[in-house]
Design a protein around this ligand. Structure first.
Ligand code: FE2
Length: 522
């Protein structure tokens, strides 16, 4: 059961127990780290995070940056490795420490630390913290996934996307943390590439990006650091393990594989830009070694199994896609339906279809970036950046889960800065076509500014596309509760992001019963 308590927020204010330093310093036989992490300044300004939970482990993350906004992207750290100790316990006060160790934060990885643990107990809550140079990190909470096949009592999961730092305060991240979910999915646009004030929310921006439009490794590192200094984002990372995938703004608006947003204007080498962005993304996210970039390539599509309850198929619809048809935008475009076009690339598509065939889970969840269901406007146009611009690719994925006999297919989506709930069809143009899955789309954390409430039935897409059941244009995230019998989705919204401290409420709730693939508003 979800409890909107204060323990999650409390995680950031718990001073790490003094006994950690006093009781164990010098007993490990390890070299001293007392003079290493950038002098007397706190190097843990970016918080802590965890991610990619398996039944026996997860990744613990931090990055040292005593001067997080340094223009060279190095966070005020010296150009040498620094030893960082970590501890893992089964209680928040670290009385029952079950693991401890040390890693080197290296300058070539932006002094990030990725501790990949295995051999832990499945389905178990853990707490972790780091220490270096006499400084202690905040405490993070995480958990292992349930054992293979175990359905269990259910999963509390929140998902979010699109947090333009300048467009508002990250209150929705704090409210998400207060839900104390077991798992958080982030579906992209974790950060934005623009220089200050070049992307302005309708009501004006509330704060500024530091640095130029991100193009170099130094730029991307600085930008990630600026985002991570936000205390609301820090509590959201500290409360639960995250599964992250990127979308476009982690590199460049609407990029597609090797094609930038504006190939027509002169700009620096886009391959070099992708390499820099991928490197900084890995450094700043709780990702496993399997996601260490190699040149432009970073493997972000992957599956995480939550016992027998759910499979999370995390997709990357940016890195391998064909360029947008008909020069992008909203178009009535025949080329969008060409069978040769792909939004996933052949390899990722084969991996996904194989994942459907192997799945024994109650729920198969696709965590991905762009609008999946057909969405047509009054002029008969569709978004060329979404799956509508790659409709044959969508047909192959949809047919893939139907043919594999997937029990419940649910697509989770970000990108559009608005909440939506959709039923998915094999043939969207046939009103009698049965639903074969559902899609939940989360609004943005801040992108677009405060937004506004409205009657969903006034929305053109809802009126014109009968499989689209809900729309809302306020900021927020989606809270889900997944059990053996149903998936419940609560569309959580905050009234504004232009001021701090907004409360959160549920704008609408839908239930998807087991084996029904239909949305029931409750
Ligand atoms: Fe976005």
């Amino acid at each position: 059961m979800l409890v909107a308590g204060t323990a999650a927020a409390g995680l950031t204010v718990i001073a790490p127990a003094a006994s950690w330093a006093a009781g164990r310093q010098g007993t490990s036989g390890a070299p001293s780290d007392s003079t290493t992490a950038g002098g007397r300044r706190d190097p843990f300004t970016l918080g802590v995070a965890s991610g990619d939970p398996f039944p026996d482990g997860f990744v613990l993350w931090t990055r040292l940056a005593p001067e997080p906004l340094a223009e060279d992207g190095m966070g005020g750290m010296p150009a040498r490795s620094v030893r960082v100790q970590w501890e893992l316990a089964t209680d928040e006060r670290f009385r029952r420490v079950v693991r401890r160790g040390a890693e080197h934060a290296r300058p070539e990885l932006g002094h990030s630390v990725h501790v990949e643990l295995s051999g832990l107990r499945s389905g178990t809550e853990y707490f972790y913290r780091f220490r270096t140079g006499g400084h202690h990190s905040p405490v993070g909470r995480t958990r292992t996934a349930p054992e293979r096949g175990v359905v269990g009592a259910g999963l509390s999961m929140c998902f979010a996307s699109c947090a333009q730092y300048e467009h508002g305060y990250f209150t929705a991240y704090r409210r998400l943390a207060e839900e104390e979910p077991d798992l958080v999915l982030h579906l992209g646009d974790y950060q934005y590439e623009h220089r200050a004030d070049s992307y302005v929310a309708p009501g004006g921006n509330v704060r500024d990006h530091d640095g130029p439009e991100t193009e170099t490794l130094a730029n991307y590192r600085q930008r990630h650091a600026q985002y991570k200094t936000d205390p609301d984002l820090q509590v959201a990372h500290a409360v639960a393990p995250w599964l992250v995938v990127w979308d476009d703004h982690e590199i460049d608006n609407n990029w597609a594989a090797d094609v930038p947003e504006r190939p027509d204007i002169p700009q620096p080498d886009f391959a070099a830009r992708r390499i820099a962005a991928a490197q900084a993304y890995y450094e700043n996210m709780p990702l496993r070694r399997s996601s260490v970039p190699s040149g432009v390539d970073i493997r972000l599509y992957r599956s995480i199994r939550w016992g027998g309850l759910a499979n999370f198929h995390m997709l990357d619809t940016r890195q391998y896609r064909d360029d947008q048809a008909c020069e992008d935008g909203w178009k009535d475009c025949d080329a969008a339906g060409e069978p040769s076009r792909s939004i996933t690339g052949a390899e990722q598509e084969a991996w996904l279809l194989d994942g459907f065939r192997r799945s024994r889970a109650r729920w198969d969840v696709l965590g991905q970036q762009v609008f999946f269901a057909q969405r047509e406007n009054a002029a008969g146009a569709n978004s060329m950046d979404a799956w509508d611009g790659y409709s044959a690719s969508r047909d192959r994925v949809t047919r893939g889960w139907v043919d594999a006999g997937v029990r419940n297919a649910v697509v989770l989506t970000g990108d559009v800065h608005t909440h939506w709930a959709n039923e998915l069809k094999l043939d969207y143009d046939d009103p009698a076509s049965r639903s074969i899955g559902t899609e939940l789309v989360c609004s943005s954390i801040t992108s677009g500014g405060d937004g506004a409430d409205s009657d969903p039935s006034d929305n053109e897409s809802v009126r014109l596309n009968p499989h689209i059941k809900f729309y809302n244009a306020q900021r927020g995230y989606v809270r889900t509760r997944i059990t053996r019998d149903e998936l419940r989705a609560d569309f959580r919204v905050v009234p504004q992001v232009s001021r701090t401290g907004a409360p959160v409420h549920t704008r609408a709730s839908f239930v998807v019963p087991d084996r029904e693939a239909t949305l029931h508003e409750v």
